[in-house]
Design a protein around this ligand. Structure first.
Ligand code: 1DF
Ligand code: MN
Length: 341
């Protein structure tokens, strides 16, 4: 069975160098905790071994491909790792997104069976972002887009960002909303115990982002927009019943926008999810049954999660042949326009 992993992190030295500056700089962002750990601690310094990801991020053709061969992973859908270019100033962010997209396209063209790619853009300047999105699909033939949640604490339900959503819809490519640490307002309770990152804060941040977009009526404006979220849908599938109930109440109370459709309908029709970093068969079964098999894809989240257990997890998952086909590659081929074998 062809195995396409759909949320695989990667970086380039130029972005790593800029994140190192962020790690050593004055930013008050919650992301700095992890960014400093990955990019700014020198070998030999205390804490260097706590975040041993930089080597894996900067590598595509060496250890990554070897491991893919070893464990039977056919393809990684690569994307510039979180927080992408979104902590940089607008011009630096744009220039590095362009460079990363060019570099990513180079990899996908050199290894068309092994790598596909999600393009980056700098949301700071939405019109310029939309142009880069168009270049990434039409010229570079990349497979979709990734954005790392908020940009300077602002979310995509804000109409200022809508040129980005308009471009994704017009280009018929999925927008993957990947986590970064939560926006400034959430900082207080999330800065302790490692809660800023993948343990809790990431899911809360992207779940909040998805709910803002649904409750904000984004999908009335862009009914054909497809958004992907990872980590088993950042727990949103589990919340759909209550989201529907409470959103209806909030609408009646005049506290929420009157939207054309319910939250569950938007989630069904405008979202797809991956299981990145969640290797729990009960959660996967629930998500398939709740959302439909066409809306769920397998992912590893390499190098943050190791390849071998992710492969063993999906191999051991009890499902029909049809479901396995969809989870392991059929949905990814359709949603990310990856050529079937
Ligand atoms: C981690 C997890 C870091 C994910 C990531 O990017 C990331 C982590 C900086 O474990 O610290 O993409 N993740 O998607 O779960
Ligand atoms: Mn990830």
């Amino acid at each position: 069975m062809r195995l396409i992993a759909t949320e695989e992190a990667w970086s380039i030295p130029e972005v790593a160098a800029e994140l190192k500056k962020v790690g050593n700089g004055p930013s008050q962002s919650l992301d700095k905790l992890l960014v400093k750990g990955i990019y700014s601690v020198e070998p030999g310094e205390p804490g260097y071994d706590a975040f041993p990801f930089l080597g894996g991020l900067l590598d595509a053709e060496d250890t990554r491909l070897k491991q893919m061969d070893e464990y039977g992973v056919d393809m990684h859908l690569l994307a510039l790792t979180a927080p992408g270019v979104q902590m940089f100033d607008a011009d630096t962010a744009h220039e590095l997104a362009v460079l990363a997209n060019d570099r990513l396209a180079g990899l996908t063209h050199k290894y068309p069976k092994r790598f596909a790619g999600l393009a980056s853009f700098a949301p700071h300047s939405p019109k310029r972002a939309a142009k880069e999105m168009e270049r990434a699909i039409k010229d570079l033939k990349l497979n979709g887009f990734m954005v790392n949640s908020h940009t300077y604490d602002e979310y995509l339900d804000d109409p200022k960002f809508w040129p980005i959503l308009e471009a994704a819809e017009a280009l018929d490519r999925c927008l993957y909303i990947h986590p970064r640490a939560a926006s400034y307002g959430f900082k207080g309770p999330l800065q302790d115990y490692g809660m800023d990152s993948a343990m809790w804060g990431y899911g809360m941040e992207v779940g909040t982002h998805a709910v803002r977009m649904m409750a904000g009526g984004v999908f009335d404006e862009f009914p054909n927009l497809k958004v992907c979220i990872g980590h088993m849908g950042e727990a949103v599938p589990f919340w759909l019943w209550r989201l529907n109930f409470m959103n209806t109440r909030a609408q009646k109370a005049g506290r929420a926008k009157r939207t054309k459709r319910s939250m569950a309908e938007y989630f069904q029709d405008n979202f797809v999810i991956t299981n990145s970093g969640v290797e729990d068969p009960l959660a996967l079964r629930y998500s398939i049954d709740k959302l439909g098999i066409d809306n769920v894809m397998w992912a590893i989240d390499y190098p943050y999660q190791p390849m071998e257990p992710a492969v063993k997890f999906i191999e051991a998952f009890v499902c029909t042949d049809n479901e396995r086909h969809a989870l392991c590659h059929g949905n990814a081929e359709r949603i990310f326009h990856i050529a079937p074998e």
